[in-house]
Design a protein around this ligand. Structure first.
Ligand SMILES: NC(=O)c1ccc[n+]([C@@H]2O[C@H](COP(=O)([O-])OP(=O)(O)OC[C@H]3O[C@@H](n4cnc5c(N)ncnc54)[C@H](OP(=O)(O)O)[C@@H]3O)[C@@H](O)[C@H]2O)c1
Length: 342
């Protein structure tokens, strides 16, 4: 198959990304032994990490429950007794997913690129109860997108980051009402692998420069990590925690838009090194539920353990988190509740 220059670059990047994602944590991260380390690893499943944990009486919200890691997260939290709000881009899709799960669930509509929908989703949760024990910001779109602006801002950044900021800040009072509420942000190791060198290229969020979908995805996932860090500094970790995770390289529908050689590499060749969704959901379910992690906030997890990143990265860059927060307020401040911490 003959490739043009753009396809060649994209295919090379896809191969590199797949290799990067699939590589064992090895040299790029190491377990952070200053934080509690559990008995689980890359092969652990969401069911295994919740064995013996009774979530009866707890509530959780999982964004993107219709597919992949989000569906498995909802399934296992409900299996352990939690009442789970599962969001889909339409109510019908969420209903369909919830209907496949044993346990107590409530389907909700959430379209992350529609900021009114993010506020409405939070209001729908608030209408049903006064507290939320676990918020798992899981939904996302991958790297296989063409350049698109939503309301003048690059779409991957809008969906993966800005929409979740609005949802999270509108739900924050409920999480703070819970007994030791937990917020889990689903990031990616692409946040330190493919984000721009400066981390967030603030001068290119509105399509000012060249669009590289791998950088755009990495930037959005780094933004998830920096938002988690910022929140962890706003909140008392004894009351509410905020952590970010990388689920691993997981066989899901995230490569659904990949076509041609990229589609082949991602959806076929890469499956040899991918986790299955049961393994992929384990880290976020572990961080949302394990008693060992009470009071642990502002940490980054891979393969069910807190890790340090040993290559140049911005995952723990507080100054960048502050700058991102300031820019975020300019972009979506009007959608955040007046009570949002400064
Ligand atoms: N799979 C991996 O290897 C991998 C690696 C690192 C990080 N992650 C992260 O893991 C998370 C889950 O991804 P996945 O692999 O499970 O992918 P997936 O199977 O494609 O699931 C993504 C979920 O997000 C929802 N979603 C997409 N666009 C949305 C929007 N605009 N508004 C609201 N919801 C939207 C999807 O809904 P629809 O079904 O309606 O589109 C779906 O429920 C993502 O944040 C992803 O970045 C995945």
């Amino acid at each position: 198959m003959a490739l043009n220059r753009r396809q060649f670059i994209q295919a090379s990047a896809a191969t590199a990304a797949a290799t990067t994602l699939g590589a064992c944590s090895g040299e790029s991260v190491s377990i952070d032994n200053s934080l509690p380390v559990g008995p689980y690893n890359a092969k652990s499943t969401a069911e295994e990490v919740t064995e013996g944990i009774d979530l009866t009486g707890k509530t959780a919200l999982v964004t993107g429950c219709t597919s992949g890691i989000g569906f498995e997260t909802m399934r296992v939290l409900a299996l352990r007794g939690a009442h789970v709000f599962g969001t889909g881009r339409t109510l019908e899709k969420a209903e369909e997913a919830c209907a496949q799960v044993t346990g107590s669930t409530t389907p909700l509509a959430l379209e992350l690129s529609d900021f009114d929908s993010c506020v409405a989703c939070a209001q729908a949760v608030a209408a049903q109860g006064s507290s939320l024990d676990m918020l798992i910001a899981n939904a996302g779109i991958g790297t296989f997108s063409e350049f698109e602006l939503v309301g003048g801002i690059e779409k991957i950044f809008v969906v993966n980051y800005l929409g979740h900021v609005i949802l999270t800040m509108n739900l924050l009072p409920l999480v703070q009402n819970a007994d030791r509420g937990r917020i889990v942000h689903v990031g990616s190791r692409m946040g330190y692998r493919t984000a721009p060198d400066e981390g967030i290229d603030f001068g290119n969020l509105r399509g000012e420069g060249e669009f590289d979908p791998y950088q755009a995805y990495g930037r959005s996932k780094l933004a998830n990590a920096l938002f988690s860090l910022k929140l962890s500094r706003m909140l008392d970790p004894e009351d509410t925690t905020s952590n970010v995770i990388h689920p691993g390289f997981v066989k899901t529908d995230i490569g659904r838009n990949a076509t041609g050689i990229m589609g082949f590499l991602y959806n076929n060749a890469a499956t040899l090194i991918q986790k299955n969704p049961a393994e992929g959901a384990a880290t976020q379910v572990y961080v949302a539920t394990n008693p060992l992690l009470q009071g642990v906030s502002g940490a980054y997890f891979e393969d069910c353990n807190p890790v340090k990143v040993n290559i140049p990265n911005h995952v723990f860059d507080s100054a960048l988190a502050d700058r991102l927060w300031d820019e975020t307020l300019v972009m979506v401040g009007g959608y955040l509740p007046g009570t949002a911490p400064a």
